[in-house]
Design a binder for this molecule. Structure first.
Ligand SMILES: [Zn+2]
Length: 365
């Protein structure tokens, strides 16, 4: 039931309650059946208390979050693709360790998640660390580091309880204000809250929360073996998909209209990578620079544009600088340019050869 219908139903129930409650005292069992158990006049503070209790139930209790998990599976369907499920298991396990490095509370409330049967590129995190990633995400994004960047963003929402916080505000606004001055039975109020909580139960929506989730996702990624450049790379992919008018395939939950634009989010990640590298490395339009000198123009691959792929080179270089590997020499090992023990790039057709890149890196690093 949508919010409007919920409220309409509630108001209808409220009207019934009011008329009966203000009539003769309920004396018979029949009358009790008609008005429903617990149908009483309650004030704003009691509505608030009921609302907070319901949100806590979904967000904090094991029973509540499992209920939400089942409701999500019911609503969005569960993918039957075993490979996608195995990949999500791996991504969540890796990121859980990445989160734990900066926020150990994740150990007390591990994520419960599934691959949904939805075909759009999307992911969502609800209350209670309930998460889903759409089948369409795996189908369209074949690079696991980029999937991890998306899941890391979701975990940012989860760790900061964005949905519970956002719901509290939304529910207070819609339920409390809409029903101000009317009476709603305790049970009815609970069911309205449950309905609204579910419908408002996916993250994404406020710019403040989106920016926070993006930054947290980066902090989690750098504590995994994933390439931190994937955060910028996946935003570049979104920019390109949007540019090709394929926005419809990017469902609005991940890209709501009041959301910071993908290019701005990408640029924010590039800035994070620059800082992570100790202000040594950046990339723009496919060109990677080290200490303000051009290292290379990165070629496109079969699955990535030049710009998207350049952020992986940037991520590797940033990691090398961050971990002190930039003090070591750049070398070529089995066709891959290395900086110390950190792989930087395996040149493809269209790139310069590995030895040329390594030599230039040694001269400017
Ligand atoms: Zn988000």
């Amino acid at each position: 039931m949508n919010l409007k219908k919920k409220i309409t139903a509630a108001l209808t129930a409220a009207a019934l309650s009011v008329s009966l409650t203000f009539g003769a005292p309920v004396a018979s069992a029949d009358a009790g059946t008609i008005i429903g158990v617990g149908s009483v006049l309650i004030g704003a503070s009691q509505k608030n208390a009921a609302l907070n209790k319901q949100i806590r139930y979904y967000d904090e209790s094991e029973q509540g979050r499992l209920e939400l998990y089942d409701a999500f599976k019911q609503k969005y369907g569960v993918s039957e693709n075993g490979a996608y499920k195995a990949q999500l298991d791996r991504v969540i396990a890796n990121l859980t360790n990445g989160v734990a490095a900066v926020d150990p509370t994740i150990k007390e409330k591990p994520y419960i998640y599934f691959v949904s049967a939805q075909s759009s590129i999307n992911a969502a995190c609800s209350m209670g660390h309930v998460m889903m990633v759409n089948e369409g995400t795996f189908k369209n994004i074949t690079n696991e580091d980029e999937i991890a960047a998306i899941v890391g963003h979701e975990m940012g929402h989860g760790q900061r309880s964005h949905v519970a916080k956002g719901n509290k505000k939304a529910l207070q606004k819609y339920v409390i204000a809409s029903l101000a001055g009317t009476a709603v039975g305790g049970g009815e109020l609970t069911s309205i809250i449950a309905g609204v909580a579910f419908n408002h139960s996916v993250a994404h929506g406020s710019r403040k929360y989106e920016t926070e989730a993006d930054l947290l996702g980066f902090d989690y990624m750098v504590n995994t073996n994933y390439n931190p450049g994937a955060c910028a790379a996946v935003m570049q992919k979104f920019v390109e998909l949007e540019g090709k008018s394929k926005r419809s395939s990017l469902e609005k939950i991940f890209l709501p209209s009041d959301h910071p634009d993908s290019d701005k989010r990408r640029d924010a990640y590039v800035k994070k990578l620059f800082e992570y590298s100790g202000k040594h490395v950046t990339a723009k339009d496919g060109i990677v620079t080290v200490n303000n000198k051009i290292l290379m123009k990165v070629a496109a691959s079969d699955t990535m544009s030049s710009a998207e792929r350049s952020y992986f080179v940037l991520g590797n270089l940033a990691a090398a600088y961050h971990h002190g590997q930039s003090k070591e020499a750049a070398t070529v090992q089995n066709g891959t340019v290395m900086l110390g023990n950190q792989p930087i790039i395996t040149p493809l057709a269209g790139d310069e050869d590995a030895y040329t890149i390594a030599e230039r890196l040694n001269s400017i690093k």
